[in-house]
Write a protein that binds this ligand. Structure first.
Ligand code: AMP
Ligand code: MG
Length: 336
């Protein structure tokens, strides 16, 4: 009789998890690891074949560049042509944290990481397990969100396991992600710094550190390949998902899963209520989408976030609501 090993999705925690992850990284096998934004699918950023496996596992088009994760500024030097004073200022202010810097790449960075382009996106995550992993491995690690391409980003180890059920992948257990949405991406390679993807760190915060006005790039269709997270459908549940005004929620039938922030909705098998503050909402959003997608509802309704120019509204929340809206516009199917 012949026995056959089948690939296994395995979740491990603690120091044992780091040891196992490092062994796999050395063999060019993908692992999933927690960061404070979302869980990433990790591979040695300097190992072309390992990075290829990450693209294949995600089903991600190779025209979409990956973010390289480092444990600190010392690791960046060999990855970039020049580490500018603006890069140093931003790293001093926001690293470890949810800010990704786009810089001109060095020869060392394989083309597959940058989708053949001359620039590389780099971030130092603040999650202790991510930092511990990269430090222990001693080399930079790519980390696109650990989900099949186009689907909802994972903010727990279980979300990752659901996305890659039965696949040969080791998942490091690091709890629920604190920020809950992807990093802010700022491009420092042009004449002026520009934000390619909004996130929890706002343009105002970046402007204050650099002493210049920083804008968010208005994306054109031709940017799709360059900044995949920024244009078109993305972060999508498999079920039809619609954005609804607060007043429309009362019309939700029993077959509809409702995700709301304004209260008055029971948190049960067919609904999730999220906090009213933007940071709390961002932290819980992807989990609510995962729950909705796993439920037996036929459709998902998401309550439109509050208008940020509303007088009753906390002004400091506006940038995070903007980043949330970015994700919702891509998660939701057009209303007919
Ligand atoms: P993900 O890791 O799935 O959240 O997506 C990576 C994001 O990083 C993309 O959506 C891009 O916006 C950004 N990115 C990665 N590399 C580059 C680069 N070289 N130039 C511009 N943006 C990049
Ligand atoms: Mg992603």
């Amino acid at each position: 009789m012949q026995t056959r090993m089948t690939p296994m999705t395995e979740i491990l925690e603690g120091p044992e998890a780091i040891v196992a992850a490092i062994a796999r990284l050395g063999l060019g096998q993908p692992i999933a690891f927690p960061t404070e934004t979302v869980y990433g699918l990790g591979a040695d950023a300097l190992d072309n074949d390992a990075v290829e496996r990450v693209f294949a596992l995600k089903g991600r088009p190779t025209t979409n560049p990956l973010i390289v994760h480092v444990a600190g500024c010392e690791m960046v030097d060999e990855l970039v042509e020049e580490w500018s004073s603006d890069a140093q200022k931003l790293a001093d202010a926001f690293w470890p944290g949810s800010l990704t810097l786009v810089l001109n790449k060095s020869e060392l960075v394989p083309d597959i990481v940058t989708a053949g382009g001359p620039t590389v996106a780099i971030r130092c995550p603040s999650h202790p397990m991510a930092l511990g992993l990269i430090e222990a491995y001693g080399k930079p690690i790519v980390g696109p969100s650990a989900n099949p391409s186009g689907w909802i980003s994972p903010t727990t180890a279980d979300h990752v396991a659901r996305g890659f059920a039965g696949q040969d992948i080791l998942i490091l257990e690091g709890g629920a992600c604190r920020a809950g949405i992807e990093s802010t991406v700022v491009d420092l390679t042009g004449d002026a710094p520009i934000v390619l993807r909004p996130g929890v760190i706002s343009t105002d915060q970046i402007s204050r550190v650099l002493g210049v006005d920083v804008q968010i790039k208005q994306h054109q269709d031709e940017d799709i390949a360059r900044s995949p997270g920024t244009t078109g459908a993305h972060y999508q549940p498999a079920k039809p998902t619609l954005l609804k005004k607060t007043a429309e929620l009362g019309a939700a039938g029993p077959d509809i899963y409702v995700i709301s922030w304004s209260g008055g909705i029971a948190d049960d098998a067919r609904s999730s209520s999220l906090p009213e503050d933007a940071a709390g909402y961002a932290r819980g959003l992807y989990n609510a989408m995962h729950e909705a997608d796993a439920s037996d509802a036929s459709e998902i309704w998401i309550e439109r976030p509050p208008k940020t120019d509303d007088e009753n509204h906390n002004k400091e929340d506006a940038p995070i609501w903007h980043a949330v809206m970015e994700r919702l516009n891509r998660a939701c199917h057009p209303t007919v």
